[in-house]
Design a protein. Structure first.
Length: 285
């Protein structure tokens, strides 16, 4: 069986699990398309009579490792995920992992029940949001007094150090971690690195990933010295208008402990679709 066939089966399993529990699983498909590569994911699967019954994904992100998994409805309570987790632990021990995070949708009864059996500590939650326009109060041209001077353009190859500097500034990352993450993104495909300019000077950046008429905004940051001028709002609205012209939905993620960003996204017309919870697993366990 080819990797493409396996990915199709994983996608079908994801749809089945989401429909069964009314949840949205975070499988990081931009990374899952490149298993085992730099910037890719590692995953484990299990079958019963040619039916994919279980999956666990390991996603390396700047020295951290995120884990998410699922078991087909009708095959649960058979120890499938426990067996996959034991296999995953072997891989994890071989990796240089700074922090190990296990992820589950907040609304997943099965996911939360299993995580209660592990020695975890709650880390954080994030909302997955989608633009629907109903709550939008402004257009790009009306975003602020600065909006007419805000322009978006593709990042040039020689601007990699600038992108890394923005990530360090906006997400409290080390230069080493930011550089490693940038290399990962370059391997994932279907992505755009965008520079946000104010009056012709770089003022921020974002990364766009598109697939199946859905675009995700990642790594969205505005220079700390320039915040409060409406630059971020204008950049968001321009991105929304562009993706609308391409008939793409627009999505993003925001941590629940970032209320300023949450208010900005809601005012631009984004609504919460689901909540993901993250738990830290002790690496010495």
């Amino acid at each position: 069986m080819t990797n493409t066939d396996t990915l199709k089966q994983i996608e079908e399993l994801q749809q089945r699990c989401e429909q069964y529990e009314g949840i949205a699983l975070k499988l990081n498909w931009d990374m899952l398309r490149h298993p085992g590569e730099a910037g890719g994911a590692k995953y484990l699967v299990t079958y019963e009579k040619d039916v994919l019954t279980g999956y666990i994904g390991l996603y390396g992100i700047s020295g951290d490792l995120e884990v998410c998994g699922m078991v087909r409805p009708g095959y649960r309570r058979r120890g499938i995920f426990s067996a996959l987790w034991k296999q995953a632990e072997t891989i994890i021990r071989q990796e240089k992992v700074k922090t190990l995070l296990l992820n589950t949708p907040a609304a997943s009864a099965s996911g939360n029940a299993y995580l209660k059996t592990l020695p975890l500590a709650f880390s954080h939650s994030e909302f997955q949001m989608k633009w629907d326009g109903k709550g939008s109060k402004v257009r790009a041209s009306e975003a602020s007094s600065a909006s007419g001077n805000v322009m978006l353009r593709p990042a040039r190859p020689e601007e990699t150090p600038l992108l890394i500097a923005f990530d360090c500034d906006g997400f409290q990352m080390t230069e080493e971690d930011a550089a490693e993450m940038y290399v990962q993104h370059e391997q994932e495909g279907s992505q755009e690195h965008i520079i946000i300019e104010l009056s012709g000077q770089p003022a921020g950046k974002m990364r766009l990933w598109s697939e199946d008429n859905e675009t995700w905004i990642y790594g969205f940051v505005v220079d700390k010295k320039l915040r409060g001028l409406g630059i971020g709002r204008s950049a968001l609205m321009q991105t929304i208008e562009r993706e609308q012209r391409n008939y793409n939905g627009v999505n993003l993620e925001v941590a629940l402990d970032n209320p300023n960003a949450l208010r900005l996204y809601e005012s631009c017309g984004f609504v919460v679709q689901s909540q993901q919870d993250y738990y830290t697993y002790p690496l010495n366990s």
